[in-house]
Design a protein around this ligand. Sequence first.
Ligand code: PA5
Length: 448
Amino acid sequence: MKNLTLDITKAFNFVSKDEYNALQTKALESNAALYDKNLPGNDFLGWVDVKNIISEEELSEIEKKAAQLREKIEVLVVIGIGGSYLGAKAVIEALSNSFAQMNVKKGNPIVLFAGQNIGEDYISELMDAIADKSYALCVISKSGTTTEPAIAFRLLKAKIEEKYGKKEAADRIVAITDKSRGALRTLANSEGYKTFVIGDSVGGRFSVLTPVGLFPIAVAGFDIRQLLQGAYSVEEMTQKGKSFEENISAHYAVVRNLLYKKYSTEILVNFHPKLHYFSEWWKQLYGESEGKDGKGIFPASVDFTSDLHSMGQYIQEGVRLMYETVISIAEPDKKVEIPSDAQNLDQLNFLAGKRVDFVNKQAELGTQLAHLDGGVPQIRIEIPKLNEYYLGQMIYFFEKACGISGYILGVNPFNQPGVEAYKKNMFALLDKPGYEDASKAIRERLAK
Ligand code: PA5
């Protein structure tokens, strides 16, 4: 079986080999700390030993409930935000037919998302769109108290109970939450929902290979065992005790920390629109893990070639603040050849008989050369195909690299204290009980 490959040779025009060699020991120590649990954030390392992230019993339960729902629903609405949303969205989007919404039927349901925003039009239009469909809900919240999904679930719970009655609705609701704490656990227990547990030792952004990601992905019809197999294979390559040469996550962690000395932004680039949400997942992973204590590479993303017609100008000639990490897919699933045309008015006959992907690959190479000439260092990741196994490899590759990179940077990659600031202000503005002093203070501040 082939593996994900990482090419950092194009970064060596911008960072020195000596610096790279010098950081290898630190990277291996950081990797070891993820296993030894002796650095900050050590309570949240349950994802590292990915072979034990989920039991066989729980995996079978997930597959069983997913199969039961797949037979009777056309739509699953997954309610969650941040780490309780982006992993499932990324994998489902990457593996689904781009036009799956045009072929909705029982046995082949689509997955929609709610509670990942507070857009009133969004939730209203979603409720209208699913009203005459057969649907189920999967509500995911580790804390069980996050405002955005809690509002969406309150609204959708009322709708599903109105449509099916309380008993059938309860059979169509799955809750994924803490094993004993939080409002969602209390509700799930009292209403008799099927539940899956988010373990204490896995933070939201590292939870895609737990029921948080696996259940929605299974309902969408994808092979969650292959996803896990891919992750296992990278864990094996990057285990404590492996050499630096073998540990591809350590290579990425080292090179990005060296680039960070001159470049503040990393752009994750894809040439396949199905990877758009994979980039969104990656942005949360790195943004929440490293952006703290006044430090951290800013994670950005683009979808090429679309964004070459928008962001391309800036990347080529704007402020030199970024390097790129390109995800390349060696072989797409489908084959489409460009036909010959008798008139050739568009002058494209030189491409007749060539695959669309051949053109895409030349765009990729041309962009790489142009951006290197423009002073943009490049890291390249290649996967043989976009399937469950290689997505599993990429997920674990980036998670492990994130842990190593955060420790090299000198931050705790597993907390997110900054996420609370907006919540405190929002609750004060909403006059949430318990926030009386904060409400008074914020009103005085706004009146000035
Ligand atoms: O990574 C994180 O911890 C966050 O993005 C959370 O996943 C997000 O805030 C949702 O939290 P919860 O699952 O508790 O509703």
